[in-house]
Design a protein around this ligand. Structure first.
Ligand code: ARG
Length: 467
């Protein structure tokens, strides 16, 4: 991109102060149009609100304000229709839109920037964009939760091992496991809503850092743009990027969640687990090994969580030690957050499709529940119910597990009642019913537990929250 020859007066907003044209390479280096072009419609909305304020407050003639408003509408329509292309050689989206406006309207266009700085402008645009995009992302999250809950609902009685330390721990159900994922995603949903609510303050009128001596109407402008209120302090408004940090963190946390779910998926798809059969449409092959069916999509989502974490660190590092108020460093904020938002969106869509089409190998899951003494905790609780202190019950059950292993038996129910009674007189015939995976699960019906009835309640509660 060559910027040596600056033909249009409007191309550089600060040409008055510097007699020399900017060095072409330096200009390209500091330009942000490649990143902030996606703010075009938000920039137009912000400028329309500002022009209306200027007209209403008598700062510029009413007809100039009206002309600006109409021309901005026209520019938006042309951009939408592809009749106007964003100039990749412009400095940023703000100077591009103002430049087009001035090219077309002359002096009326030159009136628009009264009482405004690109510092408040960029904060307004960025926030307007996020107010549009984050609700879309929340809808993607809600839809993903919906798909997982559909699968969970079908499998509230499908027994599978629950793991700690990646060792079989206690029997649970597939429905319970999937609902656990949904509980995490629902927190993401609410985290994004919280960040949006704190973001809802309009920086317009903050100027470069110290507001304006012109009689702007910040309240009306905030209202016109759909913000809850104007921001409290103008210096803070141009320095603040907490909203970007918070949203970046929301994305990073959601991506970490997805990466953990995907790790489960990768494990489950392995020959060693064989708990699921990924759909062919959501698998890849190998260029050399003809037999392979790989869970690349799950792996890639897991990998992309690293980007989201990196983007958060980028923003934190960018802001750390930055002197008040605006510094050009802040221009680096958007690329990082845009990438996190884009990444999360595409990962949610792929993850959702993959999980919708996955076949669960329920027999394998059920089989994995027997033979690993997953019922040992329930045997101990059986004894507690009969009055034995838990520590003793734990030891008794542990000794029975040892007995089984020594005798080459794979589950507690393989011991005769006489053998069990030798460890504790409290055992009765009813112990055998209490030890099946289904019975263990049914017994754990506390709020939050895996009993099918309780999981169905959890699913209903989550469905209510995503509605
Ligand atoms: N492109 C800039 C950004 O993204 C706009 C603000 C420029 N302000 C300035 N004083 N140079 O932050």
């Amino acid at each position: 991109m060559m910027r040596g020859d600056l033909k249009k007066e409007t191309e550089v907003l600060w040409a008055g102060r510097l007699a020399e044209k900017p060095d072409a390479e330096a200009f390209a280096f500091q330009a942000s149009i490649g990143v902030d072009a996606r703010l075009a419609f938000d920039d137009i909305a912000g400028s329309k609100a500002h022009a209306a304020t200027l007209g209403r407050q008598g700062i510029i003639p009413k007809d100039a304000a009206a002309k600006i408003g109409r021309e901005l509408d026209r520019i938006a329509a042309e951009l939408k229709a592809g009749k106007l292309a964003i100039d990749p050689a412009a400095e940023d989206i703000h100077s591009f839109i103002e430049g087009i406006l001035t090219e077309r309207l002359g002096d009326a266009g030159r009136m628009l920037h009264a009482g405004r700085s690109r510092n408040d402008q960029v904060a307004v645009d960025f926030k307007l964009y996020l107010k549009r995009i984050v609700p879309e992302l929340r809808a993607e999250l809600a839809e993903t939760i919906g798909v997982l809950l559909d699968q969970a609902e079908k499998h509230t009685a499908a027994v599978m091992p629950g793991y700690t330390h990646l060792q079989r721990a206690q029997p649970v159900t597939l429905g319970y496991h999937l609902t656990a994922w949904c509980a995490a995603l629902e927190r993401d949903l609410s985290r994004f809503a919280g960040a949006l609510s704190r973001l809802d303050e309009c920086p317009l009128g903050a100027g470069a850092l110290a507001g304006s001596g012109l009689p702007l109407d910040r309240k009306a402008a905030a209202e016109a743009l759909g913000f809850a209120r104007p921001s409290l302090n103008s210096m803070d408004s141009v320095a603040d990027r907490d909203f970007a940090l918070e949203l970046s963190s929301c994305c990073a946390i959601a991506m970490v969640h997805l990466s953990r779910f995907c790790e489960d998926v990768v494990l489950w798809a392995s020959e060693e687990f064989k708990f699921i059969e990924l759909a062919e449409a959501w698998s890849t092959g190998s260029s050399i090994m003809p037999q392979k069916k790989n869970p690349d999509f799950a792996e890639l989502i897991r990998g992309k969580a690293g980007r989201a974490a990196g983007n958060l660190v980028t923003l934190l590092t960018l802001l750390k030690g930055l002197p008040y108020a605006y510094d050009k460093d802040l221009q680096e904020d958007k690329e990082s957050l845009f990438d996190s938002l884009d990444t999360l969106r595409s990962c949610l869509r792929v993850f959702r499709g993959m999980m919708r089409d996955t076949q669960f190998n329920l027999k394998r899951m059920q089989a994995a529940c027997s033979g690993g003494f997953l019922e040992a905790t329930d045997a101990a609780e059986y004894l507690v119910r009969k009055g034995l202190p838990f520590r003793k019950a734990h030891e008794t059950a542990a000794l029975i597990v040892r007995d089984c292993i020594e005798a080459g038996r794979r589950q507690i129910a393989d011991r005769s009642l006489a053998e069990l009674k030798a460890r504790s007189k409290l055992f009765e015939e009813d112990i055998y019913e209490a030890l099946s995976p289904a019975a263990c699960i049914k017994a754990r019906g506390l709020p939050g537990g895996p009993a099918p009835k309780e999981v169905r309640r959890q699913i209903r509660a989550l469905r209510k929250k995503i509605r």
